[in-house]
Each structure stands twice: as structure tokens, then as C-alpha cells.
Write a protein that binds this ligand. Sequence first.
Ligand code: ZN
Length: 506
Amino acid sequence: MSTDVTNSKKHQASLAAVADMDIYPASVTEAGGLIWAMGRKDLDKYLLIATICGCGCELSPDFEGNVVRGEDIVIKICPLTHGNAVALRKALPFTAPRLVGLSGSVGCGDRLGLATPGHIRAACGSGFIPFLAQQSIREMERTGRTPEDVMDDATWGVMQEGYTDGYGSDADHLKQPKDIDSCLAAGFTLFTVDPGDHVDNAADGYNDAELEARFQKLSFADLGITADEMIFIYEDRQFDLGQSMLSFDHHTLLKAAVKYSDAVLHTAGMYRHLGEAAAGRPYELEVSVDETETPTTALEHIFIASELKRLGVKWVSLAPRFTGRFEKGVDYIGDLSEFEARFAEHAAIAKLFGGYKISLHSGSDKFSIYPAVARYTGQLVHLKTAGTSYLEAVRVIAAYAPALFREIFVFARQRYEMDKATYHVSASMERVPDISVLSDADLPELLDHFDIRQMLHVTFGSVLTAVKPDGKLLFRDSLRDVLRRHEEKHYEILATHMKHHLELFG
Ligand SMILES: [Zn+2]
């Protein structure tokens, strides 16, 4: 055994004895002359900071906590508060997110704030860098979490696992400058700008006269060119995608410009705001147009990328809306060869405009397309997942707390029709079985059922925020308690499920 391992074991034993709690072995770290670790007593976790020098020197004044003294060790036991998370990210930089750039990466949304250790175990050795703090503003509102909550939960998970390889953080689907400000303040490093509200989805239906009129009225002053100059830049120019050459004719150019120019301008404005607000702090950008009504064509992708570049925007990843159906919680629905042909164009365009990652939103559980995605992007890819980790958490509930699972199930079934409005789903509640006739042993495999996965997926916000008449949360706290009680099982189930995703990328 190496001296480090022996020391770590020794530290672990004295921390456990003096603090009177279980210590997470992977968390024990020596840095700055101190010993750092995560401990757990019953269901509550703590950060422990200890000194064995015996000089009684002050233990990290930046952290709030209670000091306990053993014979040869002094420990500060710190609750997992926001202030302590901020101090920890400063003291041990590996617990803070970093820029990921063009490395292959996987977004691991964690709506319950308990999944990070499972996500780390899935990403370790996969060649993908995990984004451990990732939530859209919409999902934060739906789960009653703040950007700080999301960031802090990732920090504690990283500390618990002693994970030092670096992770990303994604403030997802930001629509307004104030979203950037709140996420920047919480320490986020990747900002996904969603200009979807500024896309003219009706452009596909305009006739030539309407297109021409709308084109002439675009904000050319803000775009920094005239209408004629835009035509000169794009019309009949050849774009070499390797397998094919593409060019705009007058109609396709006007359609792309009318549909996306405002979205491009909005993105450029958000990017400038980010640069100013960051004031020297590191940041990176993703552009997402995945929530538009129609798939992004190759020419539209070219227009968006070329215009963003012309306006000085720099981004590491871009999420087109792909052909076929990317429904929540289930595999890709659509023609695989058609997907592959269109995806190949998107990947080629990303390479043509400087080499950025193609980002796959609603990317979880799309097992049938991963091999093609890997073939065309290599590692220039970001796979974004979120709800699938919530479903795996619910699988743990089905196995260990069947009564609670049954209540959530019945509640979700009632909420589905209302909650599905903003999601791409096609589940039918008529195909969802009556849970009262099923035995407890049958419950975990309900999580493999298409309609039930979608039902549970889109109702997460209602489930996590539902309150009883007395104002207490109906499910959230008991759901979290079960997961904390069975945390190793939770991590194992999550890691297996996420690994299954990453392995298909080869
Ligand atoms: Zn998205």
C-alpha cells in the first residue's frame, strides 16, 4: 500500500471517530496543509476540514461550522450551505466547474440535486467530460431550484467522489440577459442561448412576394450590412460539405434570412451581454435552435453559423433541430437513414465553420442514433441529457418505496394531459396500466414502458413541487429521503444507464 493510501485510511478513521460520522472514502483529500472530506450522519452530509499539526492554527475562517477536537486532530464540521460551497470552490478548485471547449462532453441534468456521484461514475473512463451542473431556467422554475442550488449540488457531489478531472456547467436555454446574470453569479461557465422566440416559424409558408417584403424589412442596420450586401455574400456561393456542395438560390436565402436573422441578432446581443457581464471571468457559449417548429435545414444551419461568425460571436457548440422525433425519455422515432444523411450535413457544416461541437438536445435514450452521431462527429459532440436521470431515480423509488411510487404514479397520470403541453411526447394514458392490480415486484420494470416513461418525464415539475393542504411538499422530501437512504443503489443504477449511452459512441 502506498503512503498516500495508508495516510488517507488513517485520516478517514480519525475523522470518523472524532466527528462521529461515516466518511466517504473517495472524498478524503490533503490540500493546503489540511485534510478535507465529506461525512454523513444519518441522512445529513457535512464537509469536514481537519488539521493534524496540533498547533491549533485557525481552520479555514472562510467556512462556517463547529469545531470538535480529538487527541491528535481538530475538525471543523461544516453544513452544506451555499456559503460553504462558494468557499470550497475557491479552496479546492477541482470542485468548481471549468471550460470544456471542444472536448467531447455529456450534459448530465440533475433535477433532484442527488445524481452527481452517479454521473461521475458513468463519465469516468468514457472520454466524455461531464457537465454536472446543468439546468434550464424553465426547469429551475419547475423544480423550485435556483442557479446556486444547481451549482452547489454539483460541487458537493464532486467533493464526495473526490473527482478531480474537471467538469462543465451549463446554464441551459437562456432567453433573456437577466438569465445570464443570475447564472453567471452562481458560477456557471457554459451559457446556452436559445433564440427560439426570435425565429419566424411561419417563414416556410410565405410566398415569394411576402418573403421579399419581409426580407427588405429586416434589421439590416443592426446586422451591419445592406440587403444587397447580404444577397451578394450568400446567393449562388458554393459551400463544400465534402460529400456534397450546397448553395442558396434567391428563395432559400430569403427564407433563411427572414426565418433566422432576428434570432442571430438576439444571440449576438446575448453574447455581447455575456462578455460584458463576465468581466474577465471565463465563459463559453452554446447556441440552440432545437426548439423551433421545423427541422433546421443544412442551408439554414449555414446561414446561422455564417452570420454569427460575421457578427463576431464565438461558440463551442450548436444544437440544430434534427429531422425525426426527439421525444422525451424514449428512443429516436423516425427514418434512421434520413437522420444519418441530414446529420452528416450538420456535422460537415460544423467543421466548415471552424469546427464546433454538434449538440444533441433531448439526447437521452436515443440509442439507435448514437453510432451514426459518433461516425460523423468523432468527439466533436455534446450529448445533452436531463430527464432520463430523474426517471432512473424514480426507478429506485419503485424498487425501495413502492407505496410512494404508487402515489407518484397516480398523481402523474392525472397531471399528464396538462403537463405535456411544452414537450415533444406522444404517450397515451389509455396504454398506461392500472397500477392497483400490479404487485410491488412488477413496479421497477414500469420504467421501461414507453408511455409511462413519458408520463413520469413531463410531470417531474408537478411531482417535485406538489404541496399538501398544510403547505408541506407532497412527494419531494420523501422522494429525496428514499434516494439518500439508498444512495449507492441510486448511483449504481444511474451510472449503468448513462454508461449505456456513452458506450454507443465507441
Ligand atoms: Zn434543448
